[in-house]
Design a protein around this ligand. Structure first.
Ligand SMILES: [Zn+2]
Length: 67
């Protein structure tokens, strides 16, 4: 899986095709104080993201997984 610099459309497609049970579900408070959860595939690389209407919301992973 390569997901560097995904466009909003690509992110939204991934979130739409990922079931809730198999999604990442990282919690995030948006600038407008909404609590959302990452709906990308669990174990994804790069930024967390979820759908907000017609747009994608992205947020950074706090720190890379250290071995
Ligand atoms: Zn995530």
């Amino acid at each position: 899986m390569t997901d560097k610099h995904l466009t909003d459309d690509q992110l939204l497609l991934e979130t739409d095709y990922t079931s809730y049970a198999s999604s990442c579900r990282d919690p995030y408070i948006t600038p407008t104080n909404d609590l959302v959860e990452c709906r990308r595939q669990s174990g994804h690389d790069d930024t967390h993201a979820t759908r907000s209407g017609l747009r994608a919301i992205r947020w950074a992973v706090p720190e890379p997984h250290a071995a």
